[in-house]
Structure formats: C-alpha cells, structure tokens
Design a protein around this ligand. Structure first.
Ligand code: NDP
Length: 362
C-alpha cells in the first residue's frame, strides 16, 4: 500500500480535493510509503471506543484494530466476533502486561476513565508499545510528566486524542492569525452540555479528576491556545454551581480568562448544565467563527469574508492515521504528550485561581 497525499485527500471526501489541498495543511512530510499497517489495541471498550474509535479503525489506512483490553468478558466475546479479533489479542486489566510479547500490537490506545490513563500509559510504555491516550491526558501535571518520561525511556511515542487537530475547520482556526493584520487577538471559546446519569464516573472526582473542565473545558483551552499560537501567562477563573448535590465532587460550570504574551486575551466557558459550542477569534479587522465548534462532525464556520465550507471528515480516522504516520516516519506530532501536559498546566492554574479567588500564573 502506498499512502500518498492524493490518497489522503481522497479519504477526506470526493469533489473537494483542490479546495482541500490549498486550504488544509495535511501530514508533515514525509508520508508513509511502506506496506505495514500498525496494529492498535483499544483499552476500555466504553462509548467512545465502541461508537467512534472501532468504526474509525475500519476506515484507517495506516493502522487497524488488532486487539482489545477489557474488564468485561461479554464485551470481549462480542468484539471478537464482530471484528474478527484473535483470542490471543484479547487482554484484561490484570494480564495486560503480557502484551509485551504480542508482535501484532504496535500501539495501545487508552480510552479508560481519566484517572486510569496514567497507569495504563506507563504500563503500555513498559511493554514497548506506542501509546495513543485519550484526553484529558491525566489528572495532574505530575502524572503527565511521569507518562512522558516513561514513554521517552521506553523509546515509544505518546499522543493525546486531540481529534480536532485533524479537523479542517480547526486547522483553519490555527492558521487564521497568521493570515492578515497583526492586531491583538481576542478569542472566545465555550464548550458545555447537559450531563445525564448522576451515578456515572464523570461526576466522581477519584475517576474523573474534575468535572466539566477536565472533560469539555479542555477543548476551550486548546482552542484558545492554538488560535492565539502562544502559551497563556496567567488565568483568572470563577466557578458556579446550580446543583450542589449532583456536582458535589466535581465542577459544574466554570468561566475563565487567559492572558497571553503580547496582550492577547481569551474568555472561556465550560458547563455540565448549559449547552455551549462556540469558537470566535477576532483581530483588528477580521473575525473567524465556528458554531458548533467542537463536534465530531457537523462543524459550521464563517469569517468576515463569508461561509467556510470544508468537507466533513472522520476526525478519529484521520487522527489515528496522522499519529501512525508519525510513528512510521519518526516525526513529531502537534498532539504529543507535551501538548497534553500544557493543558494540564492551565487546568491546574484554573482550579488554583478558583480556590484562591485571584489571578494565577500558569
Ligand atoms: P465510558 O464510561 O463509556 O467507557 C469507559 C470504559 O472504561 C468502560 O466501558 C470500561 O470498559 C472501562 N473501565 C474500566 N474501569 C472502569 C471504571 N472503574 N469505571 C468505568 N469504566 C471503567 O467512557 P468514554 O468512552 O465516554 O470515555 C473514555 C475516555 O475517552 C475518557 O477519558 C474521555 O474523556 C475520553 N473521550 C474522548 C472523546 C473525544 O472526543 N476525544 C469523546 C469521549 C470520551 P470495559 O468494560 O471494556 O472494561
């Protein structure tokens, strides 16, 4: 199999190849030209693995679903027959470390509750496997540093599941600042939805690490950081609760402001109660807006010059192919563990600002 820029564009959707080539930065060169697909084992067969990642792995060109790790035997059986996974490539959380001996698994994709990312990324690295880890990368800066260190010592690559880095609308957001006037940038980023089941792990601090901020606010932080293209120097944050019982352990709603070098500013919102889904970037003479901004598909965008009209892509498939290309060709990714660490630094500063009631340096 030869994976060329032409083939990549074709996977994004017919009829828009010319537009795509001119509008979207694709893979960093060089592109993969070999013939081996990487085997990926999904760890934790919950909603995201079941409804997004496994189907996406049927569309990828550089990697495929070769194994699973689950604590639920019934799921193991179901996945084995649905995806034709050999019994020797099925693990549970106890025997997971034996994956070291399995040559048909090159990558471990950790899709577990947030508090388990740290342990399973480190165990995967020790087994000599490259790692894709879901967001948030971990619960703290310290955990992120330990994960990066473990992967570096093991000589494996670590990526965070920032699917929007693969999306054409967000690639356009990343480029927007570079394309016109040099005025001060203002970014507004908001992501929230109403969360259901009050018993789920997302509302338990020990498993989730935090509430809306860890799960959704991280997208708003990401968007502000890559739209402005700099790291925030300080944050000021405020927390609100309308349902102290449901949100006894984790944050329900947070607003925060970030200050960046050069006087650039962002204003953001995240909530588990009120839906919000917006990215707005403004410079002296131009503006750029995505709404909805953070969905798997169906992002809509416009600028002061008119509608944005990029083809819809399978974000997860392009994300996993992009990461695989980085592994195969030994190239850096803009969604590496270092990127996950930067977001955790901001999140820790946000929580500290809420606690102190003051501005906090990142
Ligand atoms: P789910 O609750 O649907 O699935 C988590 C799975 O983890 C479970 O099904 C279970 O799988 C396993 N698990 C192991 N131990 C536990 C435990 N103590 N409690 C609950 N589950 C456990 O979560 P999601 O799939 O929605 O989220 C998983 C991760 O993916 C999170 O970090 C989340 O932030 C991230 N995510 C990212 C998205 C993105 O767009 N990038 C979108 C959605 C989620 P099993 O039965 O196989 O053991």
């Amino acid at each position: 199999m030869k994976y060329t820029r032409r083939k990549f564009v074709k996977t994004l959707g017919a009829g828009s190849a010319l537009l795509m080539l001119s509008a979207i930065p694709t893979f960093s060169e060089p592109l993969f030209t070999g013939d081996k697909k990487l085997g990926v084992a999904l760890v934790g067969l919950g909603n995201y693995a079941t409804h997004e990642l496994a189907p996406a792995l049927q569309e990828t060109s550089l990697c495929y679903l070769s194994g699973i790790v689950t604590g639920t035997p019934a799921k193991a059986e179901r996945w084995r027959s649905q995806y034709n996974i050999p019994g020797s490539n099925i693990y549970n959380y106890e025997n997971f470390d034996k994956i070291i001996d399995n040559e048909s698994i090159d990558v471990v994709y950790v899709v577990l509750p947030n508090s388990m990312h740290h342990e399973f990324v480190i165990r995967a690295a020790k087994a000599g496997k490259h790692v894709f880890c879901e967001k948030p990368m971990a619960l703290s800066v310290k955990e992120c540093e330990e994960m990066i260190d473990a992967c570096s010592k093991a000589g494996v690559k670590l990526f965070v599941g920032y699917r929007l880095h693969s999306d054409p609308y967000h690639k356009a957001a990343m480029k927007f600042r570079a394309e016109g006037d040099s005025g001060i940038l203002y970014v507004q980023s908001e992501f929230g939805f109403k969360i259901g089941d009050p018993t789920q792990w997302r509302l338990k601090k020990a498993l989730a690490g935090g509430g809306a901020m860890m799960d959704l606010g991280i997208y708003a932080i990401q968007a502000a950081r890559y739209s402005i293209g700099k790291e925030p120097q300080s944050v000021t944050a405020q927390e609100y609760k309308t349902d102290p019982q449901k949100f006894a352990e984790v944050d329900e709603t947070i607003t925060w402001q970030m200050e960046f070098p050069g006087g650039h500013v962002s204003n953001s919102y995240t909530s588990y109660s009120t839906p919000a889904n917006n990215l707005y970037i403004s410079t002296e003479r131009r503006w750029f807006n995505l709404m909805p901004a953070f969905n798997y598909g169906g992002i809509e965008g416009r600028t002061n010059e008119g509608e944005l009209n990029f083809p819809r892509i399978n974000q997860q498939a392009v994300q996993m192919d992009t990461f695989s290309n980085c592994i195969i060709n030994n190239i850096e990714s803009d969604a590496s563990g270092k990127e996950g660490l930067k977001d955790l630094k901001v999140i820790e500063a946000i929580y500290k600002s809420i606690e102190n009631g003051s501005k906090v340096k990142v």
